[in-house]
Design a protein around this ligand. Sequence first.
Ligand code: ATP
Ligand code: MG
Length: 164
Amino acid sequence: MAQITFKSNSAAETLKTGRSIGKVILGGTILTLEGDLGSGKTLFVKGLAQGLKISQEITSPTFALIQIYHGGLELYHVDLYRLNEKEILELGLEDCWRNRVPTQPQNWALAIEWGNKAKAIFPKEKSIAILQLNFKILSKYSRNIKIEGPLECLKKIQTSLQKS
Ligand SMILES: Nc1ncnc2c1ncn2[C@@H]1O[C@H](COP(=O)(O)OP(=O)(O)OP(=O)(O)O)[C@@H](O)[C@H]1O
Ligand SMILES: [Mg+2]
């Protein structure tokens, strides 16, 4: 596991960060988003959706539990904040990565706010990349963003962030 850390100085910058990452993630990527309330997790997912060329509006999934959007990849967006262990198991997150045709490339990405609560059920397959993002509020408009994940994946993200 490698990691990169950087600062976002505005909401627009966090949105752009998500967009840059959405452009380079491969199908079969799980992104966990941790961090203070209002630190930018949902905003990041909006950017991610833009990078995946999703035109539907991204809303907070708190009540709908799982939001599904269609773009370059299918994007599943979940927020586990209010869910307990049993409710998380009942969500059926496994449907994202199970029962796929093995010869077909994975066509989905899963963005989970407070995803560490579901860590135990994540698949162990090497073909599935898990990116762990951590958001920290530094001041009204400034956030620290840390991304941990497979080196290859982070290299691509780094390049995409530099280009944006
Ligand atoms: N640099 C920044 N990055 C992200 N958001 C920012 C930044 N500066 C200000 N903001 C504001 O912070 C808020 C972030 O809200 P958002 O819903 O994305 O947070 P969240 O982490 O998903 O919160 P929650 O834990 O409640 O789901 C927005 O109102 C946004 O405009
Ligand atoms: Mg949120």
